[in-house]
Design a protein around this ligand. Structure first.
Ligand SMILES: [Zn+2]
Length: 109
């Protein structure tokens, strides 16, 4: 039995990315939080062991938080393509879960 969590369904809904996981839970990731947690080298969004994200100064525009498209890479990561042309961030599934855990979910019980 594998306990590895994988998304079974991913769908952008408004300003969020809804993810249904293989354990039956769902995550709603605000696109802005998702972009700000971009783990690529340029953004440096990799969290430390305490979950804090220390990153260089990155300038965003409104287009930075608009999702153009996304794809699953190697069945272990999500790669979003943002409207400002950025698309090098590979969000591993555990990383997505951490972002979801840190993001407010005030409109879901
Ligand atoms: Zn990035």
């Amino acid at each position: 039995m594998s306990t590895r969590l994988t998304p079974t369904h991913i769908q952008p809904i408004g300003q969020e990315l809804a993810i249904a996981w293989s354990d039956g839970t769902e995550s709603y990731l605000p696109l802005e939080a998702l972009r700000r947690a971009c783990p690529c080298a340029a953004c440096g969004g990799e969290p430390d062991v305490l979950g804090h994200v220390i990153r260089p100064q990155v300038s965003y525009t409104p287009a930075s938080f608009v999702l153009n498209s996304f794809q699953i890479v190697g069945s272990y990561a999500l790669q979003p393509a943002w409207a400002d042309g950025h698309g090098t961030g590979l969000y591993t599934f555990p990383h997505l879960r951490r972002i979801a855990a840190a993001a407010p979910a005030d409109h879901h019980s």
